[in-house]
Each structure stands twice: as structure tokens, then as C-alpha cells.
Unconditional design. Structure first.
Length: 86
């Protein structure tokens, strides 16, 4: 699958620590190979159309949309903040 990043994601990613960035990169690699990988704990967000969330660590979440063979990663950061602005 092809993974593309929104500007919102890129800005949020730059604010993460080195350790957090490493965790996000690992999660993105899994997402690209198997969006249903159990370690990602992927679930569809209620009331948000085609927006999904995935865990990159206990504290961090990513939101994304899927369109065919393309994944558009929308946001990343702390659980509550990201889910308010997916």
C-alpha cells in the first residue's frame, strides 16, 4: 500500500521526540503492510466518516483514511488531542 501524509501529520510528527518518532515509523511500516495488524489496534472512528485510528504506542495515536491502495495519514500525537482533531 502507498502511504501519503497530510501537512497536519507532518507538522505534528516534527514535534515528537526521537523515541516517539521511532514508534510512529514502526507503526507506519506495519500499517503499509497490513492495516489490520493486531499490534496497531485499528478501529474506525465513530461519527467521522472514513477516518480510522491506530496506536503507535500506549500514548500515541495516528488517524488515517483509506482509499483503494492508498492510506492518507492525517494526524499523530497524544490520544485525546488527536482524536479531537483527526
Amino acid at each position: 500500500m502507498e502511504i501519503l501524509f497530510t501537512e497536519q501529520f507532518e507538522q505534528a510528527y516534527e514535534k515528537l521526540t526521537k523515541t516517539e518518532k521511532r514508534s510512529v515509523r514502526k507503526a507506519l511500516a506495519l500499517l503499509g503492510v497490513n492495516p489490520k495488524h493486531p499490534g496497531l489496534r485499528v478501529k474506525k472512528m465513530e461519527g467521522r466518516g472514513n477516518i480510522w485510528e491506530a496506536c503507535s504506542s500506549k500514548r500515541l495515536r495516528m488517524t488515517f483514511e483509506m482509499a483503494g491502495e492508498t492510506i492518507f495519514v492525517r494526524n499523530v500525537g497524544e490520544h485525546d488531542k488527536v482524536l479531537k482533531r483527526p
